[in-house]
Design a protein around this ligand. Structure first.
Ligand code: ADP
Ligand code: ADP
Length: 231
């Protein structure tokens, strides 16, 4: 049940080969962790999957069909949700508006304000986060809470693949723990999660599958059971 497959994908920016020969399979209910140093091609990979850039070689398939999304809007409509490290949410906008922002941008079903507040509150409670005042600007919440709201929002709006760009990079131990818990929840809810991180420890806590990018190519691709010490 692969949702998304990259087969021999390459991306060049003029003379720079940012990615070459990349194979990556994202499956339902798995967390694919992508690790790599700066310049390895992680951002380029995110941009390709989220429809910001097109690839220049190979093929990307979603549910077995070759796709060139062409724009983030198309990628989103196909169920790709991208949670960026810093601009996951609009900081000055309140919690419930952020929650429904994508719905509005996509011209989703009309909902009145009391309904949006109620649904947002219920969804967050369901996910186990308590935000006492949904009228607060989201920027006044902790970084961990913001990441979790973005993940909850993606799940609520039917994401099939969720790309998390260094979601724990700016967080301390406790908040990282909260975010990792929601990554596991998204995985267990049957989403395909792509977890971009520099932190091998965080990767191993939730990862099903590990890909290391090095100078644009995959230098390691291993399942969890291939990395345990007892074999
Ligand atoms: P990472 O996110 O792992 O740091 P990037 O995907 O940002 O890696 O970059 C991979 C390589 O491609 C780097 O050598 C970078 O300088 C280059 N690169 C990224 N985007 C562009 C671009 N738009 N034009 C030219 N080179 C780029
Ligand atoms: P496409 O969406 O068709 O893949 P790009 O978005 O790659 O096209 O092209 C955007 C342009 O922005 C590139 O030609 C590149 O010169 C420039 N650019 C963006 N980011 C970088 C970067 N990190 N390094 C160098 N150039 C960049």
């Amino acid at each position: 049940e692969p949702i998304l497959e990259l087969v021999d994908v390459g991306k060049s920016y003029g003379n720079v080969n940012a990615l070459r020969g990349v194979n990556l399979t994202v499956r339902q209910g798995e967390v694919t962790c992508v690790l790599g140093d700066n310049g390895a091609g992680k951002s380029t990979l995110i941009k390709i999957i989220s429809g910001l850039h097109d690839y220049t070689d190979g093929t990307m398939k979603m549910h077995g069909e070759v796709r060139h999304f062409g724009s983030p809007r198309v990628a989103q409509a196909e169920g790709i949700a991208t949670v960026y490290q810093d601009l996951a949410l609009a900081p000055l906008m309140c919690v419930w508006r952020n929650f429904f922002l994508a719905n509005e941008l996509r011209n989703g079903p009309f909902l009145d304000i009391p309904t949006m507040k109620r649904v947002c509150g219920e969804e967050l409670v369901k996910m186990g986060i308590v935000i006492p005042d949904l009228d607060r600007p989201v920027g006044s919440l902790s970084g961990g809470q913001q990441q979790v709201i973005a993940i909850a929002r993606a799940i609520h709006f039917g994401a099939k693949v969720i790309i998390l760009d260094e979601p724990t990079a700016a967080l301390g131990v406790k908040q990282s723990g909260v975010v990792l818990k929601y990554i596991a929840a998204a995985r267990d809810a049957g989403l395909g999660v792509i977890f971009i991180t520099h932190n091998p420890h965080h990767a191993f806590l939730v990862g099903s599958h590990f890909v290391i990018l090095k100078l644009g190519h995959v230098s390691l691709d291993a399942h969890r059971d291939e990395l345990t010490l007892e074999q």
